[in-house]
Design a protein around this ligand. Structure first.
Ligand code: SF4
Length: 71
């Protein structure tokens, strides 16, 4: 039997993110937006897609994939 989970391969910033809309959007600090810029850490991302919904899919894109393991 295989067990699969979705992972973030990349977090792509396509346009400048709005500090008011995006600074607190990520629940796990995989996307940190400050006045100094944006830091993205795909390894922390849960692929909840809240950032795409709230910041705008034209501004941030989560590149995801499935990883399956046999058990
Ligand atoms: S998809 Fe969710 S967990 Fe991943 S960066 Fe966006 S808000 Fe954070």
């Amino acid at each position: 039997m295989s067990r699969c989970s979705i992972i973030a391969k990349d977090i792509r910033i396509l346009k400048q993110l709005d500090l008011d809309e995006c600074s607190d959007v990520c629940p796990v600090e995989a996307l940190i937006v400050t006045s100094d810029g944006v830091r993205a850490e795909p390894s922390r991302c849960l692929v909840c897609l809240a950032c795409m919904a709230l910041c705008g899919p034209d501004k941030v894109m989560i590149i995801s994939d499935w990883v399956c393991t046999e058990s």
